[in-house]
Design a protein around this ligand. Sequence first.
Ligand SMILES: N[C@@H](CCC(=O)N[C@@H](CS)C(=O)NCC(=O)O)C(=O)O
Length: 206
Amino acid sequence: MTPPTLYHCPDARSLRCLWAAEEAAIDVDLKLLRFPPRAFEPDYRAVNPLMTVPGWVEDGRLMTESAAICERIAEGTPLEVRRDEADYWDYRNWLHRSDATLTFPLAIMIRYTRVEPEERRLAQAVEDYRAFFGGRAKSIEAALADGREWLVAGRFTIADIAIGYAAFLATTLGAGDVLGEATRAWLGRCMARDGFRRARARQAVA
Ligand SMILES: N[C@@H](CCC(=O)N[C@@H](CS)C(=O)NCC(=O)O)C(=O)O
């Protein structure tokens, strides 16, 4: 059987999918791209006209949303929360929040610190969206305030991967200090997992 293909840039949102695949022990054909693909990978347009990563191709079908791809990977494994579990709707809410609410302000920070040429960089936008992210990240701290180890269902799930990636990305952008104490401890647990370490090692050598 042909494994799914994952198009990925190191430490971009597609890391969620690579991490989930490692946790689920799913074989993927990893294609490493330079960031941003629209500037450096013109051939990728034929695969994903959005020119974003992740791109996930399986059975001739393209998926481009990191949280949805994580749901696909987690299906039938303990990484997903089943509909008959008490935390099901919280779990679904975290998956949507991961990108729509939490990664969005970080994407603006990336654009105005790394992607735009020097003369178009906007320190004010970076500072404003850093604070904006900090406000939104309080929702993670509130969820972990009762001392729980993982976000939902009493076990590690793709909710931890999707939200953990946003917190990790914040640290790579110098915004780790806006995360609360419980959030930083939980992020440490996420990053100490073999699955996370293997995913990062794989992106380095692919
Ligand atoms: N909602 C999508 C967003 C995908 C996305 O915007 N990915 C970024 C990388 S973190 C990207 O490819 N940016 C390149 C660009 O916009 O040109 C997801 O969650 O996967």
